[in-house]
Design a protein around this ligand. Sequence first.
Ligand SMILES: Nc1ncnc2c1ncn2[C@@H]1O[C@H](COP(=O)(O)OP(=O)(O)OP(=O)(O)O)[C@@H](O)[C@H]1O
Ligand SMILES: [Mg+2]
Length: 235
Amino acid sequence: MSRIWAVCSGSGGVGKTMLALSLAVSAAKAKKQVILLDASGLSHAVDLALGMESVIVLDMADVASGEVSLEAALYPVPNCAGLRLASASLYEGTALSELSGVILALGSMCDILVLDLPTGNMTLGNGLLRQGDELIYVTRPDDASVRAVERLLRRTGRSDAAESIVVNRARKDFRKRGIQMDPSAVAMVLDTALLGVIPEDDALALGVRPGRLPGGIGPAFSEISRIATQLLNRA
Ligand SMILES: Nc1ncnc2c1ncn2[C@@H]1O[C@H](COP(=O)(O)OP(=O)(O)OP(=O)(O)O)[C@@H](O)[C@H]1O
Ligand SMILES: [Mg+2]
């Protein structure tokens, strides 16, 4: 049985895609079979970040309609053994609830299924969040982004899954000047466990060098691999 890590947020642009991709790469490096499902909507940023946008032509909607096999719509990520990419973002208006069967099938084909979800309440009703074993809420340490997660948690909160917070783009200098919240205060406001705090790091900027996998050295990457290890240990 695979574990599903669902990466979501209340507001846009907080780092869901960056985190989902980085966690998927970290889990693959830990010798797990990993599928990363880009369900983030038409921005479908994962394929762009990986430089795979011209390769990915089949979508989970094609699989759900019976037109193609699931295997045909799984794309190995170059230079990352064990990681395959699937897209549920190529078509506008796919009702993600139609994909529940496909998600189950994807889960049976890997150890870890990472979901890069759309922002906010779009995830409601589509069933994807409900299938996660780990619900990872990403937020920046600012009031607007934290309040947006609070609203999402209020509507999607589940007692049968592990819910945790990742604070992204944290800057100590901003915290000292009162521009950003303290990550522990974020967790307290949201009354949810703090899984990790990822610092602001230019090396994490997606799409700067397409095809470049996240990884390497530095505080941001070491925090992401620590988060991945923690999640893997819970599996
Ligand atoms: N810790 C970080 N330090 C620096 N840049 C970051 C960090 N995290 C994310 N970014 C950058 O911020 C931008 C937004 O990140 P990302 O696309 O992952 O957010 P998102 O939540 O998936 O956005 P969307 O809501 O559009 O799907 C990207 O350019 C990404 O590279
Ligand atoms: Mg995204």
